[in-house]
Design a protein around this ligand. Structure first.
Ligand code: NAG
Ligand code: NAG
Ligand code: NAG
Length: 219
């Protein structure tokens, strides 16, 4: 008798574990796609502002698996005198081999080292989570909803970046300029668009995102 109950319990538990891991896989897929749009949008905007930029090398703390023989091209980059990897996307400081730089302008999201993927991923995770949650709870996707999630995105951003952020960004969402608010709104709108474009409502068993009322789409 007890054994049967235990067996049923195990079956239920396994069932929900399978569901959970399926959810995780789908969620990861969703977040990857949204984060990679964030990165490609950043590249586009950067190139609009700096039409002649060929690269943008940034210091990374995450890459350590390179050895000196990987770096063959000596070059002067904005970050100093470097030896550049044969893929031209990674550079090593010529005078200090522990300083590794990556060209975030010429890397896809998937190529970014973890420290440079972190911000996009963190924001994407929040946006994706609230899209799914909103759909499951049958929330109205109206401007008010967008504002609420944008405020959460901004709060979480402050938690992550408080130490480095400029003071005028370290204020409640309501006190941000419209330009800054738009960045947070854009994150949630992209998460909504990708949800529909990738037919994720089939995977998460919800309806597609349907906006209610006027939503400023910020093109
Ligand atoms: C450096 O790494 C390459 C592969 O990226 C490997 O083939 C080579 O043997 C390594 N050299 C040294 C000195 O560790
Ligand atoms: C090389 O860079 C590392 C990391 O910034 C630093 O800790 C180290 O002192 C530097 N070494 C030299 C020789 O400048
Ligand atoms: C944010 O704006 C409100 C209302 O305009 C104001 O009362 C508050 O002092 C502001 N807070 C900050 C931190 O700027």
């Amino acid at each position: 008798m007890n054994l049967i109950i235990i067996l049923i319990y195990i079956i239920l538990l396994c069932g929900s574990n399978v569901e959970l891991s399926l959810f995780k896989t789908n969620f990861h897929f969703y977040v990857q796609n949204v984060a990679s749009i964030f990165h490609s949008n950043w590249r586009e905007n950067f190139l609009k502002k700096n039409p002649f930029a060929k690269n943008r090398f940034k210091l990374t703390k995450s890459l350590t698996h390179y050895n000196s023989s990987d770096f063959i091209y000596p070059m002067i980059l904005t970050v100093g005198s470097c030896l550049v990897h044969r893929n031209f996307k990674v550079a090593q400081n010529r005078y200090n081999s522990s300083l590794i730089y990556v060209d975030i302008l010429n890397m896809n999201y998937n190529e970014l080292p973890p420290d440079w993927a972190l911000e996009n991923r963190a924001t994407a995770q929040i946006a994706c989570k609230y899209v799914i949650q909103g759909l499951r709870k049958k929330k109205l996707f109206n401007q008010n909803f967008i504002e609420k999630i944008s405020a959460i995105i901004h709060n979480e951003w402050m938690k992550r970046n408080g130490e480095y952020a400029s003071k005028d960004l370290m204020v409640p969402y309501m006190n941000l300029t419209e330009i800054e608010k738009d960045k947070d709104r854009k994150a949630i709108l992209i998460a909504c668009r990708i949800y529909n474009e990738l037919y994720l409502y089939h995977k998460f068993n919800t309806t597609p995102v349907a906006f209610v009322g006027y939503i400023d789409q910020l093109n």
